[in-house]
Design a protein around this ligand. Structure first.
Ligand code: HEC
Length: 134
């Protein structure tokens, strides 16, 4: 009985270990994929705080930021009036097809049709643009 119990405990410890390992691997792979996918955005967007806006606004600190709030960038009135706040859910919709979420916006990008691609870019963006602790 005791033996069965202890092997059950050992087994569940092993299983938990594997789940964590799998999670870490997914995240690592996802971040890499997100970094790679962001090359499509890079022509228009910088992510370092204080870097100038290009064709598109700087995306530093994008998570939790109100749409159309990068200082000095001339947004479309469509995005300015959207009332959106950027989070995983709104970014997912935006990146699927910007023109569906905000008709009349000026981001010349068709969208990322694959949910896993959007998840990867968003995960990378969230990690990369989070305000750094000093
Ligand atoms: C051809 C240039 C271009 C490309 C490529 C592009 N964007 Fe944009 N992006 C823009 C422009 C321009 C805006 C502002 C749109 C407006 O004002 O209507 C914008 C706005 C945004 C916003 C909202 C920012 C804010 O301050 O509210 C996010 C988030 C964003 N882009 C993410 C991305 C991501 C992620 C990609 C790549 C998958 C991408 N963009 C590709 C030009 C681009």
């Amino acid at each position: 009985m005791l033996r069965a119990l202890s092997s059950a405990v050992t087994l569940s410890i092993l299983l938990v270990g594997q789940v964590f390992a799998a999670d870490a691997a997914t995240t690592e792979a996802q971040l890499k994929r997100g970094r790679l996918l962001f090359t499509q955005c890079q022509a228009c967007h910088q992510v370092k705080p204080g870097a100038p806006s290009l064709l598109g606004p700087n995306l530093a600190g994008i998570m939790g930021r109100k749409a159309a709030s990068a200082p000095g960038f001339k947004y479309s009135s469509a995005l300015a009036k959207s009332g959106l706040t950027w989070n995983v859910a709104t970014l997912d919709k935006w990146l699927a097809r910007p023109s569906t979420l905000v008709p009349g916006n000026t981001m010349a990008f068709a969208g990322l049709p694959k949910a896993e691609d959007r998840a990867a870019v968003i995960a990378w963006l969230a990690a990369e643009t989070a305000p750094k602790k000093k």
